[in-house]
Design a protein around this ligand. Structure first.
Ligand code: PEP
Ligand code: MG
Length: 756
């Protein structure tokens, strides 16, 4: 069964259209279950009707015409209940509803399963048979598995507008192609796509055209010659080690690399104006699919060899350079997994939007995009990334939607929304010099999170009272090696200088998890539970000490440096980091530097640090909660995983209670408690955070005026009663609704929806 299932899924995924996918599906499922009819109905979400979309065994002329309400018949019952229905004699079932046109009168046995995607009923898949019999358990399990696979295909078709055929009402908007993901950085970005992709990954190579066919042909010929040579060498080297049959593989490789074989096909594609990498991907893809569809298991396995060969050629094609793409004036960066460093590579002023198939709002790339004020949509499943190079896109960061090749009317609509947003920002500029003080006179400090020097201007003009989190790993990412002490000193000094005398809290290097340095790769099965943050730098004191010295030296004469340690999970780590910092300080004093020892704090980002927050507060000058990580560790939800992004919610009562515990402990020790995770820039969350008692909130510069607007309009007494109310609730969504209602009632609705 597994083999059959794999084949069907492969064929269905390879289909060009939804109709083709569905008709393959019904045919193959009917054959696999050895029955007489298989039919698929899809839900017209607008009218809540199940539409017959493909059949093998019923009247094919009724495809697209038969519509069933969820209350009607057995098919409707499956859709309504959302569970399988298996009956041996359907006509005698009380819910049986006879539809003469579809020609099902001869069938008795009926098995229907719902097609469900992310808890939504997308349709119903049924099999029928003349003989009255009950489909057995294995058949039922098979059908359920197939329908789960089909759900993904349908969801994709829906996202790309290909489900239009299901609706009976022609609607212009159905023509518009868009993909939905997670709204990660609000704003609207319009521009042309540049695909970022990892090297040596054939599947990730984007479609690109070339004006210089001759150059591409010659580049490709050189790469093929190099691979041929490698294989000859391999063949010679293994002559005495491998039996003859295994040796034959090399001959197969060489034959495939013969000009009449794969290279000839690739050349043909290049001659149509496709660049060499893209042509190679197309040809290899086609062959892999052909091999994978073969009956013979041995031949099927040969797909791996083709893939291997393709990768070898690709490596040579990419070897000479890590060439940066040509960025259009208005660039939308898209990729399967866009990295933080890819963002930094786009020339200043040209990046208008970011779209990543993987990741979530709390991935570091999203955080960096937020700091840069770039509209971003993360976690866009099944976006055909490789086909979008150069295509015009609109990124709607409010609703997490990406429009492909938008019509002019839509572009105009979005330009208008963006203008309204700018107007709101301009109006809020009036708050710049005013304190973040509630109407009943409670004062908070608002700081910015930053990592880029180019951010400084925006940070200053936002009215920030200092830097609450400087992500020192960002300049590390933009290099090809660890920056030297002097290089670091210059960067840090610039930041300290611009903000002096306002405080600047620098976090020591925080890599690992989803933050990788290109020159210091960390390969782990569970990177978020692994070697990250302070764990890495304590294991590399040479890196820690250089950074600590650079920070301390940079502060000379400014006296506004504060330092904090990330990912502290036990007291000994915090003590050890402090000891190293003191060591660096002592060395500098001995070298004749005259600087005060900075205020030092720890980040509370893991549950163990929450439990030990009193002890930590007693040893350090301040606690700063990293709620992005704290939320993921309290809820056991990977902050980067699209699939569980709906479970990641910083307003979860468990998180709110933990925050309260930390703040109370810090205050009991007479210390400052601040928060620098993304929730500090979430208007609904800010009401809870001020009531919890945080002394300072640190957020992206773009969010700061908006959060000040919240604080200046919501009295602390009201915030406290709202907190009491939400702490009685269990559902984070209900908590958000409750807090957002308070914003709307205070006339701050513009903070939670697009436009003003
Ligand atoms: C956090 O975890 O909340 C935090 C501020 O650190 P980062 O997002 O850089 O991991
Ligand atoms: Mg963190």
């Amino acid at each position: 069964m597994l083999k059959v299932m794999r084949r069907v899924v492969q064929e269905v995924n390879g289909a060009e259209t939804l109709e083709e996918a569905l008709s393959i599906m019904v045919q193959r499922v009917r054959e696999a279950v050895e029955t007489q009819a298989c039919t698929v109905f899809l839900m017209d979400q607008e009218h809540q009707e199940l539409v017959m979309m493909a059949t093998d065994g019923l009247n094919p002329e009724m495809v697209g015409k038969v519509r069933i309400k969820p209350a009607d018949g057995l098919v409707g019952l499956v859709g309504k209940r959302g569970e399988p229905i298996n009956v041996d004699d359907a006509p005698t079932h009380p819910s049986y509803h006879y539809i003469p046109e579809i020609g099902e009168e001869r069938y008795k046995a009926f098995l229907g399963v719902p097609i469900v995607h992310h808890r939504r009923i997308m349709g119903v898949l049924i099999v029928q048979q003349e003989e009255a019999r009950r489909f057995d358990e294995a058949e039922e399990a098979f059908l359920i598995t197939m329908s789960a696979q089909l759900a993904g295909v349908i969801a994709h078709a829906e996202a790309t507008g290909k489900m239009a055929s299901v609706s009976r009402v022609p609607n212009n908007y159905k023509e518009i192609h868009f993909f939905d993901g997670i709204a990660s950085v609000p704003g609207v970005g319009i521009g042309h796509a540049v695909v970022v992709y990892p090297l040596a990954d054939l599947d990730a190579v984007p479609d690109r055209s070339t004006d210089d066919i001759a150059a591409e042909l010659s580049k490709f010929a050189t790469a093929v010659a190099a691979v041929r040579e490698d294989i000859q060498v391999l063949k010679k080297r293994t002559k005495t080690m491998l039996p003859e049959e295994e040796q034959a593989l090399f001959d197969v490789y060489l034959r495939l690399l013969d000009n009449n074989s794969l290279p000839g096909e690739v050349n043909n594609v290049i001659n149509t104006g496709v660049w060499a990498e893209g042509a190679l991907r197309q040809v290899i893809d086609l062959h892999i699919r052909q091999f994978e569809a073969m009956e013979d298991a041995y031949l099927r396995e040969r797909a791996i060899d083709i893939k291997d060969l393709g990768r070898r050629v690709l490596l040579y094609l990419q070897q000479d350079k890590r060439k940066l793409p040509k960025y259009p004036e208005q660039t939308i960066l898209i990729g399967d997994e866009v990295t933080a460093s890819a963002l930094i590579e786009v020339p200043e002023g040209q990046l208008m939007g970011v779209v990543s198939s993987k990741g979530s709002s709390n991935s570091h790339v999203a955080i960096l995009a937020r700091a840069m004020g770039i509209p971003t949509v993360m976690g866009v499943p099944k976006m055909p990334v490789t086909q979008l190079e150069g295509v015009e896109l609109i990124v709607n960061g409010y609703h997490g939607r990406v429009y492909v090749n938008p019509p002019a009317t839509l572009r105009k609509e979005f330009a208008l929304l963006a203008a309204e947003e700018r107007q709101l920002d301009e109006e809020l500029e009036q708050l710049r010099e005013l304190p973040a003080e509630t109407p009943d006179n409670y004062r908070l400090n608002l700081y910015v999170n930053t990592g880029l020097i180019s951010d400084v201007e925006r940070s200053l003009s936002s009215g920030a009272e200092g830097v609450g989190l400087y992500r020192s790993e960002v300049p590390f990412m933009a290099r090809e090696r660890f920056p030297s002490e002097e290089e670091q000193r210059i960067i840090y000094r610039q930041l300290l200088g611009v903000f002096a005398p306002k405080p600047v809290t620098m976090r020591t290097l925080d890599v690992g998890g989803d933050k990788a340095l290109p020159y210091f790769p960390i390969e782990e099965a569970n990177p978020f539970l692994g070697w990250r943050g302070i764990r890495v730098t304590l294991d590399h004191p040479e890196v820690f000490l250089v950074q600590a010295r650079a920070m301390l030296r940079a502060s000379e004469g400014h006296h506004n440096l504060q330092i904090m340690f990330p990912m502290i999970s036990c007291i000994t780590e915090a003590d050890e980091a402090l000891r190293l910092l003191r060591q660096a300080y002592q060395e500098l004093l001995e070298e004749g530097l005259d600087i005060p020892f900075p205020a030092v704090g720890v980040m509370v980002e893991v549950p163990s640090a929450v439990s030990q927050s009193k002890a930590l507060a007693s040893r350090f000058d301040f606690l700063s909660v990293g709620s992005n990580d704290l939320t993921q560790y309290i809820l056991a939800v990977d902050r980067n995983n699209t699939r569980v992004a709906n479970l990641y919610n910083a307003l979860h009562p468990a998180v709110l209670r933990a925050l309260k515990y930390v703040v109370d402990n810090a205050h009991a020790e007479g210390k400052i408690a601040s928060i620098c995770g993304e929730m500090a820039g979430d208007p609904a969350a800010v009401i809870a955070l001020m009531a919890i008692g945080f002394d300072a909130l640190s957020m992206s510069a773009a969010s700061l005026p908006r959060m000040k607007w919240v604080i200046r309009n919501i009295p602390m007494t009201q915030a406290r009663s709202l907190l009491d109310e939400v702490l009685m609730m269990h559902d984070p969504k209900e908590i958000r609704r409750h807090l957002e209602n308070a914003l709307i009632e205070a006339d701050l609705g513009g903070l939670i929806w697009a436009g003003k």
